[in-house]
Design a protein around this ligand. Structure first.
Ligand code: ADP
Length: 411
């Protein structure tokens, strides 16, 4: 009898040794040796089978095969367990497909047909309802086998990925919640900027409306005053629209639309809003005159407002001192916002401007990320550092808009 060594390293190596030891120079195997080999093979097979069953159970997977000629399905116990069907019971493909959710069934059939037509493998996650009515996600991986160029069999595995899918869903929900919260936080500071910026044109509109009404009530009606009032109302309404457009551009990440802006006025305004109702905070402004920036005023108000408010928040309700200084250096404008608060740990500096880096209980860590977006959209740079006394310093450097007057120099 010819021995056919089975495939697989461990078993075939042992057979080779046995062959040489037991039957030198002959093709015949003595009966005792034959039965020893058969026993060893049986033990190895039983061992492998046990290992397979344990790993299938641990990985919650099963192996299946579908004969494409007869349509016969063969399942390991693992697949029966996944579908919660009695092990070994006859299975028909049409019955099993009824246990798939509709979209899963359609997608699987499409991929299966493609793989059969073109040869090859496919993989997808399917949702099923088991025989006991439990919903499960299974990862199905399959390979079409060919003989003589024709597809004859599909071999595959199915693995329970219900928990992994549920974890994925939870992470997705958390991410969505986080993004929602970040949006709210970003919208909070934007709303403060919006409210401040809209205040002025809206107050102006209301004054001009009152004036125009008087002009209309006068006997005879004062047409030229009325016309001037209407012009002024139109101008203020356009300004209010501009404010809204500017913030919308910021939210959409569109390029900033710039105009000459007096840095001193912009900083004074932003500081007043950021420090309104904050007691114990001393503010020192060291602002050079006629330092004209070429910026989107609303967006830059937002930047300065954010930096000053962050300094004030760093004092955590205690007293503190903030210095805002400007300077013109080699064709660039510099705005520095520094404070004598607790400062920023050195290791946090490299990631400070990334989103979601907050040390505050109610902070979302988007303020500085927005500041960086705005500054860089204006061709500038923003950096953070630590003062010698440990406080924080933020520095914004921007190309200057126009030639400076004689007093615009480093303070
Ligand atoms: P948020 O204010 O929501 O935390 P920011 O992006 O504005 O978001 O700030 C991110 C973090 O940077 C803050 O949580 C804080 O830890 C730190 N930070 C910013 N400015 C200062 C400052 N002046 N002093 C100390 N830490 C600061």
């Amino acid at each position: 009898m010819m021995l056919q060594p089975p495939k697989g390293g461990a078993v075939s190596a042992r057979l080779d040794e046995d062959e040489q030891a037991l039957r030198p120079g002959t093709d015949e195997v003595p009966a005792a040796a034959d039965s020893l080999i058969v026993r060893e093979q049986a033990a190895t097979i039983a061992h492998y089978r046990k290992m397979y069953e344990r790993s299938s159970m641990l990985a919650r997977l099963g192996v299946w095969e579908c004969d494409l000629v007869t349509g016969k399905l063969t399942w390991t116990d693992g697949v029966y367990d996944l579908f919660e069907l009695p092990r070994g019971s006859p299975v028909r493909r049409s019955d099993i497909l009824q246990m798939y959710h509709d979209e899963s069934r359609e997608e699987m059939e499409r991929l299966r047909a493609e793989a059969i037509a073109g040869g090859g493998s496919f993989s997808l996650d399917i949702r099923i309802r088991t025989a006991r009515g439990n919903d499960r996600w299974l990862r199905l991986t399959a390979d079409v086998e060919q003989e003589g160029g024709r597809p004859v069999r599909i071999f595959g595995i199915k693995q329970d990925v219900t928990e992994a899918r549920a974890a994925q869903e939870r992470v997705k929900a958390l991410q969505a919640e986080l993004i929602q919260m970040a949006r709210k936080s970003a919208m909070g500071t934007m709303a403060a900027t919006l409210a401040h910026e809209l205040n002025q044109p809206l107050a102006a509109i209301s004054n001009y409306v009152a004036g125009s009404r008087h002009a209309l009530d006068a006997e005879p009606a004062r047409k030229e005053v009325l016309a001037r009032g209407l012009d002024a109302i139109e101008e203020s309404a356009l300004r209010a629209g501009g404010v809204i457009r500017s913030l919308r551009r910021l939210a959409e990440g569109s390029p900033a639309v710039r105009q000459p802006v007096d840095s001193k006025r912009l900083i004074e305004d932003a500081a007043a809003v950021a420090l309104a109702a904050r007691e114990g905070v001393a503010l020192e402004l060291r602002l050079v005159d006629r330092l004209i920036l070429s910026v989107d005023p609303v967006q830059f108000h937002h930047v300065v407002h954010n930096l000053i408010r962050n300094s004030a928040e760093a004092f955590a309700g205690g007293p503190g001192r903030i210095v805002v200084a400007t300077a013109a250096i080699d064709g660039f404008a510099e705005i520095r916002v520094e404070d004598d608060g607790p400062g920023i740990p050195r290791e946090r500096l490299p990631t400070l401007f990334e989103t979601f880096t907050s040390t505050k209980a109610d902070g979302m860590g988007v303020g500085l990320a927005i500041c960086r977006t705005v500054v860089e959209a204006h061709g500038g740079r923003i950096t953070a550092g630590i003062r010698r006394d440990g406080g924080a310093v933020f520095r914004v450097v921007l190309p200057l808009a126009a030639r400076l007057g004689p007093r615009a120099d480093r303070d």
